[in-house]
Design a protein around this ligand. Structure first.
Ligand code: 13P
Length: 258
């Protein structure tokens, strides 16, 4: 059976709990229940608990934006995947904000992917090249290193549920997504890395998302690219009209795909 198109809203460090609740309420009014589109929101850690009590579970699932890889212990300021396991279905792991602003290494990202899976949380592993790496023609090398190191501790069973989001860092927040032909090339390349490590079945089941400057007008074009299984949306997911329009665009594509 075909998996639903996955649309994830990453709210980053925006919205307090009251604002998050208001946005969920508005979104809930604007979107319909579609079996063919799975909508996930990733609010701040602080809003996860209240939202888990408020959301209509037929419409939304929750994701954390990050968590620590140890299950418990003397790690002041951190929250573990173990603590989140009953609260979220997914967790973003290795977002470029974390890699760049918080110096998350390949090893840390791998530990976090393992910790998420160990705790029954589906990782949404973010990979993508910076502007410098893009300009230097290093995209494939970066994708290879980020993908293979992050998933190498998983079994071929684990890998089937994993989501990988390709986010070219240089296109995030610019209003200008990457061109469809290079999205296709890079998505194909990521799937090939999974195939080489885990075989054809795993490669065909792993879901690959595109993220960076996804806005309603671009949804049709991006989701028409073969191999793109969904979207990771930043800024536009903070606006209920835009996010609802993105979800609607995904639904239109899901109808044509089925
Ligand atoms: P924008 O959609 O704002 O470019 O952000 C993309 C992103 O980083 C989502 O994780």
């Amino acid at each position: 059976m075909k998996k639903p198109i996955l649309v994830v809203g990453n709210w980053k460090m925006h919205l307090n709990t009251q604002e998050a609740s208001t946005l969920v309420h508005r979104l809930s009014q604007s979107i319909k229940v579609h079996r063919s589109v799975e909508v996930v929101i990733a609010p701040s850690l602080l809003s996860l608990q209240p939202l888990s009590l408020e959301i209509d579970r037929r419409k939304f699932r929750l994701a954390a934006q990050d968590a620590y890889f140890k299950d418990e212990g003397a790690f002041t300021g951190e929250v573990s995947f173990t603590m989140l396991r009953d609260l979220v279905h997914y967790s973003i792991v290795g977002h470029s904000s974390r890699r760049i602003s918080f110096n998350e290494t390949l090893e840390v990202v791998r530990e976090k992917v393992n910790a998420a899976v160990r705790n029954g949380i589906v990782p949404i592993l973010c990979v993508g090249e910076t502007k410098e790496e893009h300009d230097a023609g290093e995209t494939k090398q970066v994708l290879h290193d980020q993908v293979t190191s992050a998933i190498s501790g998983l079994t071929s069973e684990d890998i089937r549920d994993v989501v990988v989001a390709y986010e070219p860092v240089w296109a995030i927040g610019t209003g200008d997504p990457e061109k469809p032909e290079s999205i296709k090339r890079n998505i194909d390349y990521i799937r090939m890395q999974v195939r080489e490590l885990y075989g054809e079945t795993a490669a065909s089941e792993v879901r690959l998302l595109y993220g960076a400057s996804v806005e309603p007008d671009f949804v049709h074009g991006i989701l028409s690219i073969e191999g793109v299984d969904g979207l990771l949306v930043g800024g536009a997911s903070l606006n209920h009209k835009q996010f609802a329009a993105i979800i609607d665009g995904a639904y239109q594509i899901a109808i044509t795909r089925s």
